[in-house]
Write a protein that binds this ligand. Structure first.
Ligand code: ACO
Length: 361
């Protein structure tokens, strides 16, 4: 029977850092408040478009799999902060990769987008429609972040991660999945007028930044991730004792801890890197997977559970049996173009559009 397996992985984190101490200079907050409420210490701010980070992460994943762009027949970019709506960011990434001919699409399910992409791609592979897929989660969330709003600007960051999925007849790969969404509560987290909700020509800063009901999202996140992971584990016939690593969406360390507690999973089996990058939405899971492999947290035969939630409100999970290879086949000499801009230089466009934070005025 044909299954889908992950054969390559990679990430691309832009070099500019925005630390909690930097944020103390911008809004009325403290490193202590941010650390205890979210677990975040710093996040990255990109000097390039989403597609550029996606391209670098994608090339790294392809090299790790021993593949070239010409080998892929499916390209999915999970993003809610892509370069454009028309064309898809995937089309722009495809041009950069030189992977013409492959099916290409964006998938927007906000922070659940990468798990959604893995489920879609693995089913296309299992069904025989595709053989080799490149899945990229890439975000430039600072673009929709209002740095006068201390409740949201501390959370989000930029970055990209990617995996290659291929058909396999070996007894490993995707074991079970679960996806869901509750549109009745879509307004818990939104960028209200980023699409056709706005009037033509209207640019209303208040409506083009992320707005969020933090506590409502928090509750949905914990129940969504824990219930979805339980459903996938039930379908896969996997018990808690069989799970080697949970890779959850990185939105808030308290959400991750509460999810693990609800599942009854020991902290040692949960991967956390939110302190370094904040919430990079569709990118958190492939970046976390790449770092888990780099740190030896995944071994041949490991059972890995992915779980995510996001705007929508969406959720998803996957139980995955790792194969024998945990090292990349190759690492390419490829990186983002260098920049001499400071983080504050990059953020000045946000200050111009959304408003100058009081502390900088
Ligand atoms: N610094 C200092 N004080 C702050 C800050 C800040 N950065 N932000 C808010 N506060 C204050 C509030 O004004 C409030 O003050 P008050 O008591 O005087 O009114 C107090 O801190 C408590 O605020 P709460 O909103 O109740 O704080 P909470 O403990 O809920 O934490 C947080 C807020 C971190 C946003 C939390 O609700 C959360 O993480 N929610 C989930 C958010 C999330 O995961 N979003 C991403 C979803 S994924 C996607 O699809 C993009």
């Amino acid at each position: 029977m044909i299954n889908a397996e992950i054969t390559g992985w990679g990430k691309c984190m832009p070099p500019n850092v925005l630390s909690n101490h930097d944020l103390e200079q911008i809004v009325d907050t403290t490193d202590e408040w941010i650390t205890t409420r979210t677990g975040i210490k710093e996040r990255r701010i990109s000097h390039v478009d989403t597609s550029e980070m996606a391209y670098v992460a994608g090339m790294r994943a392809l090299s790790a799999a021993g593949k070239t762009p010409e080998d892929i027949d499916l390209l999915i970019v999970a993003t809610c902060s892509g370069d454009s709506i028309i064309p898809s960011t995937a089309s722009i990434v495809q041009k950069k990769l030189g992977a013409s001919g492959a099916a290409a699409m964006d998938l927007n399910s906000a922070c659940s987008g990468f798990v959604y992409s893995m489920v879609v791609a693995s089913n296309m592979i299992k069904g025989g429609a595709n053989k080799t897929a490149l899945l990229i989660g890439a975000e430039k969330l600072h673009y929709v972040t209002d740095y006068t709003d201390r409740a949201t600007c501390i959370l989000f960051g930029d970055g990209a991660g990617a995996v290659v999925m291929e058909a396999t007849e070996e007894p490993h790969g995707v074991m079970a999945t679960d996806l869901g969404n509750d549109g009745t509560i879509y307004d818990l987290l939104q960028v209200p007028k980023d699409g056709t909700m706005g009037e033509p020509g209207q640019r209303d800063p208040q409506m083009q930044a992320i707005s969020m009901q933090g506590q409502g999202v928090f509750k949905q996140a914990v129940t969504g991730m824990a219930e979805s992971a339980t459903i996938s584990m039930g379908k896969a016939g996997v018990g808690l004792e069989d799970v080697d690593l949970l890779i959850p969406h990185q939105a808030n360390v308290r959400i991750i801890d509460a999810t693990a507690r609800r599942l009854g999973l020991d902290d040692s089996k949960v991967f956390v890197n939110i302190h370094s990058y904040g919430n990079t939405s569709g990118a958190t899971i492939p970046v976390a997977l790449t770092e888990a492999l780099e740190q030896g947290r995944i071994q041949p035969g490991s059972t890995v559970v992915f779980a995510a939630f996001g705007a929508g409100m969406s959720w998803g999970s996957m139980v995955y049996k790792w194969g024998s290879r945990v090292d990349p086949l190759a690492t390419p000499e490829i990186d983002l173009p260098p920049t001499d801009q400071t983080t504050m230089d990059i953020l000045s466009a946000n200050f111009d559009f959304f408003g100058m934070p009081e502390k900088l005025a």
